[in-house]
Design a protein around this ligand. Structure first.
Ligand code: BTN
Length: 326
Protein backbone atom coordinates (compact mmCIF):
# COMPACT_ATOMS: atom_id res chain seq x y z
CA UNK A 1 0.00 0.00 0.00
CA UNK A 2 1.31 3.45 -0.86
CA UNK A 3 -0.05 6.41 1.02
CA UNK A 4 0.64 9.99 -0.03
CA UNK A 5 2.20 11.68 -2.97
CA UNK A 6 5.57 11.37 -4.57
CA UNK A 7 5.75 7.61 -4.93
CA UNK A 8 7.38 6.35 -8.06
CA UNK A 9 5.71 3.14 -9.15
CA UNK A 10 8.27 0.65 -10.33
CA UNK A 11 5.96 -0.44 -13.18
CA UNK A 12 6.28 2.93 -14.89
CA UNK A 13 10.05 2.85 -14.52
CA UNK A 14 10.26 -0.62 -15.96
CA UNK A 15 8.06 0.24 -18.92
CA UNK A 16 10.02 3.41 -19.63
CA UNK A 17 13.33 1.62 -19.44
CA UNK A 18 12.10 -1.06 -21.75
CA UNK A 19 11.09 1.47 -24.36
CA UNK A 20 14.45 3.18 -23.91
CA UNK A 21 16.20 -0.06 -24.78
CA UNK A 22 16.90 -1.43 -21.29
CA UNK A 23 15.59 -4.67 -19.95
CA UNK A 24 13.60 -4.32 -16.69
CA UNK A 25 15.51 -2.79 -13.81
CA UNK A 26 15.27 0.99 -13.11
CA UNK A 27 19.06 1.09 -13.09
CA UNK A 28 20.55 -0.45 -16.21
CA UNK A 29 22.06 -3.76 -15.02
CA UNK A 30 25.56 -3.11 -16.39
CA UNK A 31 25.75 0.26 -14.64
CA UNK A 32 24.69 -1.31 -11.36
CA UNK A 33 27.54 -3.80 -11.53
CA UNK A 34 30.18 -1.34 -12.63
CA UNK A 35 29.35 1.55 -10.30
CA UNK A 36 29.62 5.22 -11.29
CA UNK A 37 33.41 5.36 -11.60
CA UNK A 38 33.27 2.75 -14.30
CA UNK A 39 30.87 4.83 -16.40
CA UNK A 40 33.69 6.38 -18.32
CA UNK A 41 34.70 2.95 -19.61
CA UNK A 42 31.22 1.99 -20.83
CA UNK A 43 30.74 1.13 -24.46
CA UNK A 44 29.50 4.14 -26.42
CA UNK A 45 26.15 2.58 -27.35
CA UNK A 46 25.23 1.87 -23.72
CA UNK A 47 26.17 5.41 -22.63
CA UNK A 48 24.05 6.79 -25.45
CA UNK A 49 21.10 4.61 -24.43
CA UNK A 50 21.46 5.80 -20.86
CA UNK A 51 21.45 9.47 -21.88
CA UNK A 52 18.56 8.89 -24.27
CA UNK A 53 16.55 7.31 -21.47
CA UNK A 54 16.85 10.36 -19.24
CA UNK A 55 16.09 12.71 -22.13
CA UNK A 56 13.04 10.56 -22.90
CA UNK A 57 11.87 10.65 -19.27
CA UNK A 58 12.15 14.44 -19.21
CA UNK A 59 10.29 14.89 -22.46
CA UNK A 60 7.45 12.48 -21.59
CA UNK A 61 5.64 13.77 -18.54
CA UNK A 62 4.43 10.66 -16.77
CA UNK A 63 0.92 11.25 -15.49
CA UNK A 64 0.90 9.58 -12.09
CA UNK A 65 -1.67 10.32 -9.42
CA UNK A 66 -0.45 12.93 -6.95
CA UNK A 67 -2.02 13.35 -3.52
CA UNK A 68 -1.00 17.01 -3.39
CA UNK A 69 -2.87 17.81 -6.61
CA UNK A 70 -5.87 15.60 -5.79
CA UNK A 71 -6.57 17.33 -2.46
CA UNK A 72 -5.77 20.86 -3.68
CA UNK A 73 -9.36 22.04 -4.15
CA UNK A 74 -10.84 20.82 -0.86
CA UNK A 75 -12.09 23.63 1.38
CA UNK A 76 -11.73 23.50 5.17
CA UNK A 77 -15.12 21.86 5.77
CA UNK A 78 -14.38 19.19 3.14
CA UNK A 79 -10.92 18.56 4.63
CA UNK A 80 -12.50 18.13 8.04
CA UNK A 81 -14.99 15.60 6.65
CA UNK A 82 -12.35 13.58 4.79
CA UNK A 83 -10.53 11.61 7.48
CA UNK A 84 -8.22 9.72 5.13
CA UNK A 85 -7.03 9.94 1.53
CA UNK A 86 -5.20 6.88 0.28
CA UNK A 87 -3.43 6.28 -3.03
CA UNK A 88 -2.70 2.69 -4.01
CA UNK A 89 -0.69 1.25 -6.84
CA UNK A 90 -2.89 -1.77 -7.21
CA UNK A 91 -5.93 -3.25 -5.47
CA UNK A 92 -8.69 -5.76 -6.17
CA UNK A 93 -11.43 -3.13 -6.02
CA UNK A 94 -11.23 0.35 -4.45
CA UNK A 95 -14.83 -0.23 -3.28
CA UNK A 96 -13.70 -3.20 -1.17
CA UNK A 97 -10.79 -1.21 0.26
CA UNK A 98 -13.08 1.72 1.16
CA UNK A 99 -15.57 -0.70 2.74
CA UNK A 100 -12.84 -1.99 5.08
CA UNK A 101 -11.60 1.51 5.89
CA UNK A 102 -15.08 2.79 6.83
CA UNK A 103 -14.73 0.68 9.98
CA UNK A 104 -11.78 2.85 11.06
CA UNK A 105 -13.46 6.29 10.75
CA UNK A 106 -15.94 8.31 12.80
CA UNK A 107 -19.64 8.88 12.14
CA UNK A 108 -20.38 11.41 9.34
CA UNK A 109 -16.77 11.23 8.12
CA UNK A 110 -15.39 9.86 4.89
CA UNK A 111 -12.38 7.99 3.55
CA UNK A 112 -11.16 8.21 -0.06
CA UNK A 113 -9.26 5.55 -2.00
CA UNK A 114 -7.67 5.93 -5.44
CA UNK A 115 -5.72 3.21 -7.21
CA UNK A 116 -3.57 3.16 -10.34
CA UNK A 117 -5.19 -0.16 -11.27
CA UNK A 118 -7.80 -2.65 -10.11
CA UNK A 119 -7.46 -6.38 -10.62
CA UNK A 120 -11.14 -7.20 -10.00
CA UNK A 121 -12.92 -3.90 -10.66
CA UNK A 122 -16.71 -4.18 -10.36
CA UNK A 123 -19.44 -2.56 -12.41
CA UNK A 124 -23.18 -2.49 -11.83
CA UNK A 125 -25.39 -5.58 -12.33
CA UNK A 126 -22.56 -8.03 -11.66
CA UNK A 127 -20.42 -6.81 -14.57
CA UNK A 128 -16.67 -6.31 -14.29
CA UNK A 129 -15.02 -2.91 -14.75
CA UNK A 130 -11.94 -2.88 -16.95
CA UNK A 131 -9.23 -1.15 -14.90
CA UNK A 132 -5.78 -1.09 -16.58
CA UNK A 133 -2.79 0.50 -14.83
CA UNK A 134 -2.33 4.27 -15.06
CA UNK A 135 -4.82 4.88 -17.90
CA UNK A 136 -8.00 5.80 -16.03
CA UNK A 137 -9.33 6.79 -12.61
CA UNK A 138 -10.60 4.26 -10.07
CA UNK A 139 -11.96 5.91 -6.96
CA UNK A 140 -14.12 5.06 -3.96
CA UNK A 141 -15.41 7.21 -1.17
CA UNK A 142 -16.44 5.42 2.02
CA UNK A 143 -18.99 7.48 3.95
CA UNK A 144 -20.21 6.60 7.44
CA UNK A 145 -23.56 8.32 7.10
CA UNK A 146 -26.09 8.78 9.88
CA UNK A 147 -28.94 8.78 7.31
CA UNK A 148 -31.15 5.74 6.97
CA UNK A 149 -31.12 3.97 3.60
CA UNK A 150 -34.53 5.33 2.53
CA UNK A 151 -33.20 8.91 2.78
CA UNK A 152 -30.40 8.07 0.34
CA UNK A 153 -32.44 6.89 -2.64
CA UNK A 154 -31.62 9.86 -4.90
CA UNK A 155 -27.94 10.02 -4.00
CA UNK A 156 -26.56 8.33 -7.14
CA UNK A 157 -28.59 10.73 -9.31
CA UNK A 158 -27.16 13.68 -7.36
CA UNK A 159 -23.59 12.38 -7.72
CA UNK A 160 -23.95 11.80 -11.46
CA UNK A 161 -25.39 15.27 -11.96
CA UNK A 162 -22.82 17.21 -9.92
CA UNK A 163 -19.94 15.23 -11.44
CA UNK A 164 -21.17 15.64 -15.02
CA UNK A 165 -21.61 19.38 -14.46
CA UNK A 166 -18.08 19.89 -13.13
CA UNK A 167 -16.42 17.57 -15.65
CA UNK A 168 -18.17 19.56 -18.35
CA UNK A 169 -16.01 22.55 -17.36
CA UNK A 170 -13.10 20.65 -18.94
CA UNK A 171 -14.65 20.04 -22.36
CA UNK A 172 -16.85 21.75 -24.92
CA UNK A 173 -18.64 18.50 -25.73
CA UNK A 174 -21.83 17.97 -23.71
CA UNK A 175 -21.51 15.30 -21.04
CA UNK A 176 -24.77 13.36 -20.72
CA UNK A 177 -26.06 10.93 -18.12
CA UNK A 178 -27.72 7.69 -19.11
CA UNK A 179 -30.12 6.94 -16.29
CA UNK A 180 -29.39 6.24 -13.57
CA UNK A 181 -25.71 7.12 -13.51
CA UNK A 182 -23.66 6.26 -16.60
CA UNK A 183 -21.58 9.16 -17.90
CA UNK A 184 -21.64 9.62 -21.68
CA UNK A 185 -19.72 11.74 -24.12
CA UNK A 186 -20.23 11.62 -27.88
CA UNK A 187 -22.86 8.87 -27.43
CA UNK A 188 -20.36 6.59 -25.71
CA UNK A 189 -19.93 5.64 -22.07
CA UNK A 190 -16.77 6.92 -20.39
CA UNK A 191 -17.69 6.64 -16.72
CA UNK A 192 -19.82 4.78 -14.24
CA UNK A 193 -20.85 4.93 -10.60
CA UNK A 194 -21.40 1.97 -8.31
CA UNK A 195 -22.86 2.79 -4.91
CA UNK A 196 -22.88 -0.04 -2.35
CA UNK A 197 -24.60 0.28 1.02
CA UNK A 198 -24.76 -1.50 4.36
CA UNK A 199 -27.33 -0.56 7.00
CA UNK A 200 -25.90 -0.18 10.50
CA UNK A 201 -27.23 0.76 13.98
CA UNK A 202 -25.94 4.30 13.37
CA UNK A 203 -27.35 4.77 9.86
CA UNK A 204 -25.82 3.61 6.57
CA UNK A 205 -22.28 2.87 5.48
CA UNK A 206 -21.94 3.85 1.82
CA UNK A 207 -19.24 3.21 -0.70
CA UNK A 208 -19.45 5.48 -3.72
CA UNK A 209 -17.30 3.92 -6.44
CA UNK A 210 -16.48 5.94 -9.54
CA UNK A 211 -14.62 4.81 -12.63
CA UNK A 212 -13.66 7.33 -15.31
CA UNK A 213 -11.92 6.32 -18.53
CA UNK A 214 -9.30 9.00 -19.13
CA UNK A 215 -6.88 7.65 -21.68
CA UNK A 216 -7.78 4.01 -22.10
CA UNK A 217 -5.86 2.26 -24.87
CA UNK A 218 -7.89 0.44 -27.53
CA UNK A 219 -6.29 -2.89 -26.55
CA UNK A 220 -7.10 -2.35 -22.86
CA UNK A 221 -10.79 -1.86 -23.61
CA UNK A 222 -11.09 -4.63 -26.21
CA UNK A 223 -13.22 -6.85 -23.93
CA UNK A 224 -15.86 -4.14 -23.30
CA UNK A 225 -19.11 -5.14 -25.01
CA UNK A 226 -20.59 -1.66 -25.54
CA UNK A 227 -19.53 1.61 -27.17
CA UNK A 228 -17.03 3.26 -24.82
CA UNK A 229 -14.80 6.29 -24.87
CA UNK A 230 -12.28 8.19 -22.77
CA UNK A 231 -12.33 11.78 -21.57
CA UNK A 232 -8.84 12.88 -22.62
CA UNK A 233 -9.48 13.31 -26.37
CA UNK A 234 -12.26 15.78 -25.57
CA UNK A 235 -10.37 17.95 -23.06
CA UNK A 236 -9.76 21.55 -24.06
CA UNK A 237 -6.56 21.94 -21.98
CA UNK A 238 -3.69 19.73 -20.88
CA UNK A 239 -5.29 18.23 -17.78
CA UNK A 240 -3.83 15.42 -15.69
CA UNK A 241 -5.57 12.44 -14.13
CA UNK A 242 -4.88 14.08 -10.75
CA UNK A 243 -6.74 17.25 -11.82
CA UNK A 244 -9.75 15.15 -12.80
CA UNK A 245 -9.42 13.14 -9.58
CA UNK A 246 -9.48 16.37 -7.60
CA UNK A 247 -12.86 17.24 -9.17
CA UNK A 248 -14.22 13.79 -8.33
CA UNK A 249 -12.99 13.96 -4.74
CA UNK A 250 -14.34 17.46 -4.11
CA UNK A 251 -17.74 16.61 -5.60
CA UNK A 252 -18.27 13.44 -3.61
CA UNK A 253 -17.04 14.84 -0.29
CA UNK A 254 -19.22 17.95 -0.84
CA UNK A 255 -22.23 15.68 -1.36
CA UNK A 256 -21.70 14.00 2.02
CA UNK A 257 -22.01 17.50 3.52
CA UNK A 258 -24.88 18.91 1.40
CA UNK A 259 -27.06 15.90 0.61
CA UNK A 260 -28.30 15.22 4.20
CA UNK A 261 -29.98 18.66 4.35
CA UNK A 262 -30.71 19.41 0.65
CA UNK A 263 -31.46 15.99 -0.83
CA UNK A 264 -31.81 15.55 -4.58
CA UNK A 265 -33.75 18.75 -5.39
CA UNK A 266 -30.77 21.04 -6.24
CA UNK A 267 -29.47 18.54 -8.83
CA UNK A 268 -32.67 17.51 -10.58
CA UNK A 269 -32.98 20.30 -13.17
CA UNK A 270 -29.46 19.81 -14.42
CA UNK A 271 -29.91 16.04 -14.44
CA UNK A 272 -32.96 16.32 -16.68
CA UNK A 273 -31.16 18.74 -19.00
CA UNK A 274 -28.45 16.18 -19.66
CA UNK A 275 -30.69 13.10 -19.43
CA UNK A 276 -29.40 10.94 -22.30
CA UNK A 277 -32.53 8.77 -22.49
CA UNK A 278 -35.10 11.56 -22.49
CA UNK A 279 -37.50 11.27 -25.45
CA UNK A 280 -35.79 8.09 -26.64
CA UNK A 281 -37.75 4.89 -27.21
CA UNK A 282 -36.38 2.32 -24.78
CA UNK A 283 -36.81 -1.40 -24.39
CA UNK A 284 -36.68 -2.15 -20.70
CA UNK A 285 -36.56 -5.38 -18.75
CA UNK A 286 -38.49 -5.19 -15.49
CA UNK A 287 -38.41 -8.31 -13.34
CA UNK A 288 -37.85 -10.48 -16.42
CA UNK A 289 -40.59 -8.79 -18.53
CA UNK A 290 -39.79 -6.65 -21.62
CA UNK A 291 -41.61 -3.32 -21.94
CA UNK A 292 -41.16 -0.68 -24.65
CA UNK A 293 -41.88 3.00 -24.08
CA UNK A 294 -40.65 6.54 -24.44
CA UNK A 295 -38.41 7.84 -21.65
CA UNK A 296 -39.37 11.08 -19.91
CA UNK A 297 -37.95 13.01 -16.96
CA UNK A 298 -36.46 11.78 -13.70
CA UNK A 299 -38.59 12.62 -10.64
CA UNK A 300 -37.63 13.72 -7.14
CA UNK A 301 -37.20 10.10 -6.05
CA UNK A 302 -34.66 9.50 -8.82
CA UNK A 303 -37.11 7.39 -10.85
CA UNK A 304 -37.26 7.58 -14.64
CA UNK A 305 -40.63 8.01 -16.33
CA UNK A 306 -41.35 5.44 -19.05
CA UNK A 307 -44.44 6.08 -21.15
CA UNK A 308 -45.55 2.78 -22.63
CA UNK A 309 -48.66 2.32 -24.78
CA UNK A 310 -50.70 1.05 -21.84
CA UNK A 311 -49.52 3.24 -18.97
CA UNK A 312 -46.85 5.47 -17.44
CA UNK A 313 -44.34 3.63 -15.27
CA UNK A 314 -41.73 5.07 -12.92
CA UNK A 315 -38.58 3.00 -13.12
CA UNK A 316 -36.36 2.55 -10.11
CA UNK A 317 -32.70 1.67 -10.67
CA UNK A 318 -32.45 -1.54 -8.70
CA UNK A 319 -35.03 -3.61 -10.62
CA UNK A 320 -34.57 -2.32 -14.15
CA UNK A 321 -32.29 -3.11 -17.05
CA UNK A 322 -32.41 -0.81 -20.12
CA UNK A 323 -31.83 -3.28 -22.93
CA UNK A 324 -32.00 -1.09 -26.06
CA UNK A 325 -32.67 2.45 -27.16
CA UNK A 326 -34.00 3.43 -30.58
C1 BTN B 1 -20.83 0.86 -13.89
O1 BTN B 1 -20.96 -0.32 -14.17
O2 BTN B 1 -21.21 1.75 -14.65
C2 BTN B 1 -20.20 1.28 -12.58
C3 BTN B 1 -18.70 1.21 -12.65
C4 BTN B 1 -18.02 1.56 -11.35
C5 BTN B 1 -16.53 1.32 -11.44
C6 BTN B 1 -15.80 1.86 -10.25
S1 BTN B 1 -14.06 1.88 -10.48
C7 BTN B 1 -13.83 2.27 -8.81
C8 BTN B 1 -14.82 1.45 -8.02
N1 BTN B 1 -14.29 0.14 -7.73
C9 BTN B 1 -14.95 -0.81 -8.34
O3 BTN B 1 -14.68 -2.04 -8.27
N2 BTN B 1 -15.95 -0.30 -9.07
C10 BTN B 1 -16.01 1.13 -8.93
Amino acid sequence: MVEGAGFEPAKHEAADLQSAGFDRSPTPPRLQKLGNSACAQLPCQLKLNYLLFFAYKRSKKIDLLSKKVIEKSLDSKEKETLEKLILLETVGSTNDEAKKLIETIEKNKAVAVFSEEQTIGRGTKGRSWVSPYGENIYFSLGWKSSLSINKLMGLTIAIASSLAKDLNLLTEKKIKIKWPNDLYIDNKKFGGILVETTSTDLGTNLVIGIGINVQMKKESGSSIDQAWSSLHPYLTDEITRSDISSIILKNTVRLTIDYPSNGLAPYLDHYNQVNFLRDKICEVEINGKLITGKAGQVNNKGELLLMSEEKNIYLSGSEVNIKKTF
